[in-house]
Design a protein around this ligand. Structure first.
Ligand SMILES: Cc1ncc(COP(=O)(O)O)c(C=O)c1O
Length: 413
């Protein structure tokens, strides 16, 4: 039998999908060399990016009976805010660079008379939206700039998030947080969201979760060990409490645990991914926790910009020499700060499986919302199958990068 090339790659820890809280969060200068959506006047912090999109739509009075244009290359959390406000999503095509195809937008608008359009700076690469801005103003279509992948950046000197009537961001993609989004209204909305504080329990849990993630990943210096021990103890106590409730462990404390009944979880329903992306109504009305708001303001930003750009450049340099792999974005514009590094691969199923098996949190947007057209000229038709998004954040180290590239090299050839 042929030996799998991946077997020659040394084992490696699981690569973090998103930034991880730690001492490095405060390294380097605090200020970002590129504009950040969080610095925009009047920014509203929300529970998540999807909540921010729903609040933006609701703010402009978009609701039942209205249609909203969305890109045909999407993740489900871009669609569910539209459904949450009761509107109907319609999908427009993207050109080969992932930019909105103006002809497709106009064709869909002629047929559907949309009230709003959402445009995403995919992967963190800023789009020039001047033409679309003019078209939206002319046709009274609300432009929502989705900066979930682009918390930082500018195009032609104009900050990202400045062209839309509203712009949204997703904080955990750039900052070491487990929740949070942001919303900026450029044009005054009909209705401003009124958000309230979360309860004490949620505040404590949010802070504890950050410390737990940082200590488990040994990112908190001398505090990592003692905190790990504390969180291990918490887990053990919780498990004991569960046993006491469920009766799987004898109460006399003997170590002869009764065999727990074997339960085979039923396979998730085929459309579970749609449910997972839905918004919780309670989240629409709540501010993110205190620790989220604190870190959103205090995390040092220069390193985020510099390290993400450096990782992207490193990927670009290596991918040129990889058989069966191509960079979906061949250059990194000076004003862009990447969220991920997108690759187009000849054997996507094989490479994606190899990456995930090796603990690399590559993403693939292959679940298209029902009703998304599969147009041959639309890059989304190809990307939903062949494009993989590789992590490109500030808390990857050179070993993580080497591991990811080694898996790609072995699986793609
Ligand atoms: C382009 C884009 N927009 C919006 C969202 C929603 O952001 P959040 O996960 O913070 O709700 C995502 C999430 O992955 C996204 O990729």
């Amino acid at each position: 039998m042929a030996r799998s090339p991946q077997r020659d790659i040394p084992p490696h820890r699981s690569v973090p999908c998103y930034p991880v809280f730690g001492q490095a969060t405060f390294d380097g200068p605090r200020e970002s060399p590129l504009p950040c959506l969080l610095d925009r006047p009047g920014v509203i912090l929300t529970a998540s990016g999807r909540v921010a999109t729903a609040l933006a739509l609701a703010g402009f009075g978009i609701g039942p009976g209205d249609r909203v244009l969305l890109p045909s290359y999407h993740c489900p959390t871009m669609v569910t805010p539209v459904l949450h406000v009761g509107a109907t999503p319609i999908f427009y095509a993207l050109d080969d660079n992932g930019a909105p195809c103006q002809a497709s937008i106009e064709a869909q608008a002629a047929d559907n008379r949309p009230r709003a359009i959402v445009v995403a700076h995919l992967f963190g690469i800023g789009l020039d939206l001047r033409e679309l801005r003019t078209w939206c103003t002319k046709h009274a279509v609300v432009l929502i700039e989705d900066c979930a992948h682009a918390l930082f950046g500018s195009v032609g000197g104009q900050p990202l998030g400045d062209s839309g009537d509203a712009a949204i961001g997703s904080l955990p993609k750039f900052l070491p947080l487990h929740e949070g989004g942001c919303l900026v209204f450029k044009r005054p909305p009909e209705r401003r969201p009124a958000l309230t504080r979360s309860g004490m329990l949620r505040q404590i849990k949010a802070a504890a979760n950050l410390l737990e993630a940082g200590s488990r990943d040994s990112r908190l210096g001398v505090w990592s060990r003692p905190l790990q021990a504390l969180f291990d103890l918490k887990q053990r106590l919780r498990r004991t409490a569960q046993y006491e409730d469920g009766g799987a462990t004898p109460r006399d404390g003997s170590s002869h645990a009764l065999a727990a009944p074997v339960t085979v979880a039923p396979p998730p329903p085929a459309n579970a991914w749609m449910d997972e992306a839905r918004l919780r109504t309670a989240d629409m009305a709540r501010l993110p926790t205190r620790v989220t708001r604190w870190l959103a303001a205090r995390a040092h930003r220069e390193r985020i910009v510099a390290l993400r750009r450096a990782r992207f450049a490193e990927y670009l340099a290596h991918v040129r020499n990889l058989e069966g792999v191509r960079a979906a974005v061949p250059i990194l514009p000076a004003g862009s700060v990447p969220y991920v590094f997108p690759i187009v691969v000849e054997k996507p199923d094989q490479v994606f499986a190899a990456l995930r098996t090796a603990g690399v949190p590559a993403l693939r947007w292959d679940r298209r919302w029902p009703g998304t057209p599969a147009r041959p000229e639309d890059v989304a038709t190809r990307w939903s199958h062949a494009l993989l998004q590789l992590p490109c954040h500030q808390d990857l180290d050179c070993c993580d990068m080497g591991h990811i590239l080694a898996i790609c090299r072995a699986a793609a050839a």
